[in-house]
Structures are given as C-alpha cells and as structure tokens.
Design a binder for this molecule. Structure first.
Ligand SMILES: C[S@@+](CC[C@H](N)C(=O)[O-])C[C@H]1O[C@@H](n2cnc3c(N)ncnc32)[C@H](O)[C@@H]1O
Ligand code: SF4
Length: 287
C-alpha cells in the first residue's frame, strides 16, 4: 500500500506529560464496546472537587502539562466548569472528551478543547446525532471511531460534514476495540472491531481520497510507519480514576493494573513502539 506522503506533511510530535482524569462514571449513552463499563464497577459516581484538586496536585508535582478530562460523560459532572477554571488558573492545557450531546451548552470552557467521538452516520454517536450546527456553541475536534462495518464512503462523508458543517480543524481516526473476547484483551478482534489489516487499508484509502484541509491524526499502530522517530521508550500518560487509582497507560487501564508510584517519562509496561498512544499527525499541504 503506497501512502501519499507527497500530499501530506508529518508534524513533529512534542512530548507532553498528560494526566487523563475520569471524572465520572455516569453517561447518557450506552455505546457498544465502551470500555468504561469495565472500569466503572459499583455505583455511578462523580469525582468530588476535592479529589480532583488532590489528583492535580500530585500530577503537577510529577511534571504534568496537559489534562484530559474523560468519563463517562464529563458534561454530566456538576463541577466541570470549576475544574476547567482551576486548570486554566494553573496554566494546564485541557481537552475534554465528550460524546457531543453537551455541545449546546453555553458553559465557559476556560480555553479547554473539545474532542467529540463519532461512529458514523447513524446510531448512538452518529454525526447526524450531534446537535444542529447552528445550536453548537463550541468548536471541537472530531474523533471517528472505526468499527467492523465502517465503509470508506462513510468515513469520507463524516469527515466532510465535520469540516464543512461543524468547521472542525482536526479529525482523529481510531479503531474501536473491546474487551468482550475470550482473552479479555483490548487488541483482540471481536464482532465490533475491524481487523487491523482492513483498518490499515481503510485509512490509506481515506488519505488517498480525502481532499479537505483538516489535520488528520491517526494511531500509528498497525497503520503505517512514521518517517520520524518517536519517543517510544518513554511513557507520557497516566490515568486517574475516581477513588485514587492511577494507571500508567491505556493497556493497563484495560487490565486494571495500577501503581501508586507512577512517574512520567518512565515506562513501567512491557510495550514497545506499538504503543496505542503513538500516532502520526498529517497536515495536508496547502493547494
Ligand atoms: C470512554 S469515552 C468517555 C468520553 C465520552 N463519553 C466519549 O464518548 O467521548 C473516552 C474515549 O474512549 C473512546 N472509546 C470508547 N469506547 C471505546 C472502544 N471500545 N474502543 C476504543 N475507544 C473507545 C471514546 O470514543 C472516547 O474517545
Ligand atoms: S458516550 Fe462515551 S462513556 Fe458514554 S457509553 Fe459512549 S463511549 Fe462510553
């Protein structure tokens, strides 16, 4: 498969120590395959503001520069705005991961970015399920989750809608994974997942045919080799869950392993440069 490098410029990746904070177990959707159900045993809950402050102070001490806020659905958290104000005060860059149902809110996001996850045309997280663009109060980056049934036409159309209608500047492509398989391993295929070689073909076809101007971010794993060397011997992620669980990387999120003595810039896991978090960013050349 020939990748059209001549069409794109690969941006150098900067390393940014990131804490992902899962601020709630509550959600207004039940997406098939969502891994949160596997980390949200017990009652649904919201992280207290005090616990949030405590998580942040530990992380800042360890060098965190970026906070990703996830859930569940972060917009359901009654203290979200207060958390964002604190991040802004502490000069922490922030991204909120959301299903997009809260895009109509006029809440002051204090400079936080939004990343909206989308599956395809219809269904729970279809692009057509997003609020009418005239009612959307915030700009956002789109994150398309490829599943077994995803067609090239759908991927292209959703990208075009995100760009033309919602004015997105960044389009992430990632693959749905799920734990409902005999090994309970995140990267094993299930009825929902697209086998990695098909996924690779789909992504390459998309990049050959996409004519727009959005920046395209793609998980590097199994898709193609980057032209740049990545800091693959370092880990830049930690995840903080309600109740003080700190988990070093997404593999460990899935395995529910955690460590109290996490450090950014050191890798405790056995993974190599197949890491889920290494990705490439492609910027279409100006025509
Ligand atoms: C668990 S969600 C929580 C935030 C928000 N509710 C949302 O859906 O974006 C966080 C991220 O995990 C992704 N995600 C959910 N289920 C997934 C799965 N089975 N495989 C890969 N990513 C998944 C979502 O698309 C989203 O980008
Ligand atoms: S909206 Fe997000 S948290 Fe809620 S079920 Fe879907 S993927 Fe999971």
């Amino acid at each position: 498969m020939k990748f059209p490098w001549d069409k794109y410029k690969e941006l150098p990746l900067s390393k940014r120590n990131t804490l992902q904070v899962f601020i709630t177990k509550a959600c207004n959707l039940r997406c098939p395959g969502c891994f949160v159900r596997n980390v949200s045993e017990g009652e649904e809950g919201f992280m207290s503001f005090e616990e949030y402050v405590s998580a942040l102070s530990q992380a800042i001490y360890k060098g965190v520069k970026q906070i990703n806020i996830l859930g569940g659905e972060p917009f359901l958290h009654p203290k979200l705005q207060r958390m964002l104000a604190l991040n802004s005060f502490l000069a922490l860059k922030t991204t909120i991961y959301t299903n997009g149902l809260g895009l109509k809110t006029k809440m002051d996001l204090h400079g936080a970015k939004l990343r909206v996850s989308i599956y395809g045309f219809k269904g729970l997280k279809g692009v057509l399920s997003l609020p009418d663009h005239s009612k959307v109060k915030h700009s956002f980056d789109a994150n398309f989750m490829v599943g077994k049934e995803t067609k090239l036409e759908t991927l292209l159309s959703v990208a075009n809608i995100c760009e033309a209608v919602y004015r997105c500047k960044v389009f992430f492509i990632s693959s749905i994974r799920e734990l409902d398989n005999p090994n309970q391993e995140f990267f094993d295929d299930t009825n929902l997942t697209m086998p990695v070689l098909e996924y690779k073909k789909l992504v390459h076809q998309f990049l050959n045919e996409y004519e727009g101007d959005m920046e395209i971010h793609i998980s590097k794993r199994g898709v193609f080799e980057s032209t740049q060397s990545l800091p693959h011997n370092k880990c830049k992620f930690a995840n903080y869950f309600i109740g003080g669980k700190i988990i070093q990387c997404p593999y460990d999120v899935i395995n529910l392993k955690y460590r109290k003595d996490y450090k950014f810039d050191s890798r405790y896991c056995q993974q190599n440069n197949t890491c889920l978090m290494s990705k490439i960013i492609l910027k279409p050349k100006k025509k």
